[in-house]
Design a protein around this ligand. Structure first.
Ligand SMILES: Cc1cc2nc3c(=O)[nH]c(=O)nc-3n(C[C@H](O)[C@H](O)[C@H](O)COP(=O)(O)OP(=O)(O)OC[C@H]3O[C@@H](n4cnc5c(N)ncnc54)[C@H](O)[C@@H]3O)c2cc1C
Length: 272
């Protein structure tokens, strides 16, 4: 449980952090809240030579309206999502999901950028951003690019992010009249989801149903064709590949996906 030795840098700006990433390439790793990176380093599944701590960069900590979208700095903590009045009014799915992440300690340290970058298919926020049809803004010394969340994940714990890129922002559209809901099935309060279902405007994001966060595309298509919620929800596990672990078999996860999707679609409510 002791990580391999590493150097530590705490740059005072995003530009300085980017310069360090450009200089050290794959030998450097970003530290934000540390709630996923540090366990991974302690288990020696990661052994970066340099840890670049962006956890105190105020310039990455904001939630603001920007045209038809809400822009959220990558360093914004889960707790800030939870208590944001702007999000409560415009994108209420995000505070509702953030409220279910871990415990208060995790929510006061963990960041939305770290959660998306870590690419754990059991994480809640990536599936929520997927249901919202959001995007991720990546910056490097080469410039900035905006990647739709639908193209961000490439596999378990992997994304299109290059080693010299930093997630600087997450962008989500305002929720429309079709409403939102989040269903998270856990054995105990504060646990990770055995399965989770996020719904926003008829789009459905699934937690822990494959190697990446997934859309329940067959259900979405059935709803668009005019199928009832009951019929459409039965398709929620189509094209998924749920894992087997100590919490559940794949068959049980498939069952949960169908039940929770039906429940989420029935309770989806318009933003107030
Ligand atoms: C006890 C416990 C319970 C938890 N329960 C849940 C839960 O129920 N649901 C849930 O969704 N999550 C849960 N988490 C995970 C938590 O949400 C983490 O905070 C989150 O996954 C990672 O965010 P972080 O800021 O801590 O990232 P870090 O741990 O600092 O970093 C994680 C990874 O992302 C990279 N990274 C971080 N920020 C950036 C950036 N801006 N640009 C590029 N790369 C970056 C790092 O290099 C690292 O590879 C739990 C964690 C713990 C410890």
């Amino acid at each position: 449980m002791i990580p391999v030795g590493f150097d530590y840098a705490r740059p005072d700006s995003v530009d300085a952090a980017l310069a360090l990433l450009a200089e050290h390439g794959e030998d450097a790793t970003i530290l934000a809240g540390g709630h996923s990176l540090l366990p991974v380093m302690k288990l020696r599944l990661a052994a970066p030579e340099l840890v670049v701590d962006i956890g105190r960069l105020g310039e990455l900590d904001y939630i603001r309206a920007d045209g038809p979208e809400i822009a959220i700095g990558a360093g914004t903590r889960h707790h800030s999502l939870e208590i944001s009045e702007l999000l409560a009014a415009e994108v209420p799915l995000l505070p509702a999901v953030a409220r279910t992440v871990g415990d208060p300690q995790v929510r006061h340290r963990g960041t939305i950028g770290g959660s998306l970058a870590h690419a754990d298919p059991a994480s809640d926020l990536p599936a929520a951003v997927l249901a919202l049809d959001g995007s991720v803004v990546l910056r490097s010394p080469r410039g900035e690019r905006t990647v739709p969340i639908t193209r961000f994940y490439t596999g378990v714990f992997s994304t299109v992010k290059e080693p010299d890129e930093l997630i600087v922002e997450v962008r989500v559209p305002h929720t429309g009249s079709a409403g939102w809901a989040f269903e998270k099935f856990t054995r105990r309060a504060n646990d990770w989801a055995i399965v989770g279902v996020a719904v926003a405007d008829g789009r459905i994001g699934l937690v822990n149903m494959g190697s990446t966060p997934l859309r329940a595309s067959a259900t979405e298509a059935a709803l668009a064709r005019g199928a009832s919620i009951e019929e459409a929800a039965l398709l929620a596990d189509q094209d998924t590949d749920p894992p087997a672990d100590i919490a559940a078999t794949p068959q049980y996860r498939r069952h949960l996906a169908r039940v929770l999707t039906g429940r989420a679609l029935r309770t989806a409510r318009p933003r107030s």
